[in-house]
Design a protein around this ligand. Structure first.
Ligand code: C2E
Ligand code: CA
Ligand code: CA
Ligand code: CA
Length: 279
């Protein structure tokens, strides 16, 4: 038994080392990737359920290393957060989005909005609003073309400070969405108090929406809650047409999901905006 114990300890130790080594490698690669311009931004359309038009989209970072396969943000964003690289990643994304907004404005695209994810660390950075404001000034664009996605837990860790940040964003004309709504420690109090614009219903409530009455109850409740507070709703992760009609019937304003579009590279997104094509 003693022998066994030692063996499994060593095994455990080795696999921990392996994980740590993997993280460290990824961190170093990411640092290199940022300097090497390997990060790019894709855009996933949010389709309006009233007229099927596309004027909103979520910016999603992509990493295509010069060698090897694409690395998912689900893998490298957590590494970026732990290593402090998230600041640089966030800055790269925001700059690319602002540059893209200018390109679209110059092409004559009107009334659109790009939603950008903020991580907890960015949100707690006291210079965040200053950085955003500076980026807008440098690019000479109005904040009305930008939205930020934050999660409930970021708001609740320091509600007073969060309120201050959201008020400053509102002054810049930037809108704010609550991402992954319903998956965190929800507090209904803050919804009514804070300057928010959009609630994004998490994909986990959408997955079995068709067959699952419990999911239906939750989604119906979120929609009526949001509407009673004058917030609009984006449903995430919609992959099937019956779910589209379900949400349409309940006046969910926007749908983001593979059923309509996967995240598109900037050229495909541009084509879509320019053609003004309706589905
Ligand atoms: P998220 O913010 O919840 O983004 C939505 C994710 O769901 C995206 O994954 C998107 O591609 C995926 N998705 C959209 N529609 C569907 C669908 O119909 N079916 C399925 N299965 N998936 C769908 P992605 O791009 O891999 O991003 C993963 C996560 O990485 C994001 O989750 C977000 O938390 C983070 N992330 C992505 N880009 C950024 C960024 O620029 N900054 C920060 N801080 N985080 C980011
Ligand atoms: Ca998001
Ligand atoms: Ca989400
Ligand atoms: Ca998420």
């Amino acid at each position: 038994a003693k022998q066994n114990g030692r063996c499994s300890f060593e095994f455990f130790n080795t696999s921990l080392e392996r994980i740590a080594q993997y993280q460290l490698d990824l961190e170093n690669k990411l640092r290199h990737a940022i300097g090497n311009n390997e990060l790019t931004v894709f855009y996933q359309p949010q389709v309006s359920t009233t007229d099927m038009s596309i004027s909103r989209m979520e910016a999603l970072v992509r990493w295509y290393p010069q060698q090897g396969e694409a690395i998912s943000p689900a893998d490298f964003i957590p590494v970026a957060e732990r290593s402090g690289l998230i600041d640089s990643v966030g800055e790269v994304v925001l700059r690319k989005v602002c540059a893209q907004i200018i390109t679209w404005l110059n092409m004559g695209v009107k009334d659109f909005c790009v939603s950008v994810n903020l991580s907890a660390q960015q949100f707690s950075d006291v210079t965040l609003v200053e950085k955003i404001s500076q980026c807008l000034t440098e690019h000479q664009i109005s904040g009305k073309y930008l939205e930020f996605e934050i999660t409930e837990s970021m708001l609740l860790s320091d509600l007073e400070k969060a309120t201050g940040v959201l008020n400053q964003l509102r002054e810049l004309n930037i809108s704010v969405a609550i991402d992954d709504f319903g998956t965190g420690y929800s507090s209904l109090k803050y919804l009514q108090k804070l300057p928010l614009d959009i609630i994004k219903i998490d994909r986990s409530f959408i997955l079995e929406l068709e067959q699952n009455p419990n999911e239906q109850s939750i989604v119906n409740a979120i929609i009526s809650l949001a509407h009673s507070l004058n917030l609009r709703i984006v449903a995430e992760g919609v992959e099937n047409p019956n779910v589209v009609s379900y949400l349409q019937d309940r006046h969910c304003e926007y749908i983001q999901g593979f059923y309509f579009y996967k995240p598109l590279d900037k050229q495909k997104m541009t084509d879509l905006l320019i053609s003004g094509e309706k589905l």
